[in-house]
Write a protein that binds this ligand. Structure first.
Ligand code: PMP
Length: 308
């Protein structure tokens, strides 16, 4: 394992020391929330850039708030800790950072309030999430997305990812690369761990934040880049299942998956069945921006190492 350290119980320690008891509340009841942040290695600049670190920390704390957590660390402290941890690791490769806040009490009893909350963070080198980034074969899941009134999908709540695991395993076991999940009303929500965009008649369309989706940071990034840099019209609205069959292009986005084209849905080709021109231009621009190669968006790239 390449991970050598973790932030655990208030300090950076060797990863072997970052251990919890089998009695930990979060382990039994899923009472934890997490984040997923990418840092990109830029070979020319010899620099590791963390992408939109402040936005990720803000969402992490929002998820914690949904779980009635008292996180003992300020956003500034969490930001500094992520950077310190990455400096300790010294990675010179694309990296994934995983902060986790969890109910740490060693007790039986299902509840959210009045508990002790801990934060841990670790980082690991990380490449592609979906192998077929040029065109994934996906299905519409037979599972439905958890509803806001059951477990809010807008937070990255650990227990809610059991829903994502049902979705993903069904898709993989049936020979697909991923799945698209519908909400309780049968409208398109998102992927198991990705937001979704559709291109129809030159317009970029994505489900709105009330469609039981995670309020994705990549989704927001793409909406901004598409509008400002590519002059595309972006619409947030309900998407029907059958629009997936007749649209021109479809792609997933997320910190992990980045931008991944969808080639087929339920074995039906999407558009030409290959990555389309809009997806391609968004993907190329996204990679330039996250790597720190676009001056205008450099504010989203936080350098880890001291700048030469
Ligand atoms: N939806 C779900 C369910 C996810 O787990 C993720 C990954 N964090 C996303 C969407 C994409 O969100 P982001 O762009 O903020 O990583």
């Amino acid at each position: 394992m390449q991970t050598k350290y973790a932030f655990f119980e208030g300090q950076i320690v060797p990863i072997e020391q970052a251990q919890v008891s089998v009695m930990t509340h979060a382990l039994h009841y899923g009472t934890a929330c997490f984040g997923g942040i990418r840092a990109y290695w830029n070979d020319e600049a010899e620099q590791l850039y963390v992408f939109r670190i402040e936005d990720h920390i803000e969402r992490f704390l929002t998820s914690a708030r949904l779980l009635l957590m008292n996180v003992a660390h300020s956003p500034e402290k969490l930001r500094a800790t992520v950077l310190d941890l990455l400096r300790c690791e010294g990675f010179r490769a694309d990296t994934y950072v995983r902060p986790l806040a969890y109910k740490a009490d060693l007790k039986i009893g299902v509840m959210l309030h009045g508990m002790t909350d801990e934060v841990t963070i670790f980082a690991t080198p990380f490449g592609r999430y979906i192998e077929k980034e040029e065109g994934a074969d996906v299905c519409v899941s037979t599972w439905r997305r958890i509803d806001d009134n059951a477990i809010p999908a807008r937070g990255k709540i650990a227990g809610a990812y059991v829903n994502s695991a049902f979705v993903k395993s069904e898709a993989l076991m049936d020979g697909y690369d991923e799945a698209i999940v519908l909400d309780q009303h049968g409208h398109v929500s998102e992927g198991s761990a990705e937001n979704l965009f559709m291109v129809r008649n030159g317009k970029l369309i994505t489900p709105s934040i009330t469609a039981n989706i995670l309020e994705g940071i990549t989704r927001r990034t793409i909406m901004e880049l598409a509008t400002n840099e590519l002059g595309l019209e972006v619409e947030e609205r309900e998407i029907d299942r059958t629009e997936l069959y007749i649209c021109d292009e479809l792609f997933f986005c997320g910190t992990g998956v980045q931008v991944a084209a969808i080639a087929t849905v339920d074995r039906r080709p999407v558009g030409s069945g290959k990555i389309g021109p809009v997806t391609k231009s968004i993907r190329d621009l996204y990679f330039d921006v996250v790597k720190g190669n676009v001056a205008k968006y450099r504010g989203w790239n936080t350098p880890v190492y001291v700048e030469a």
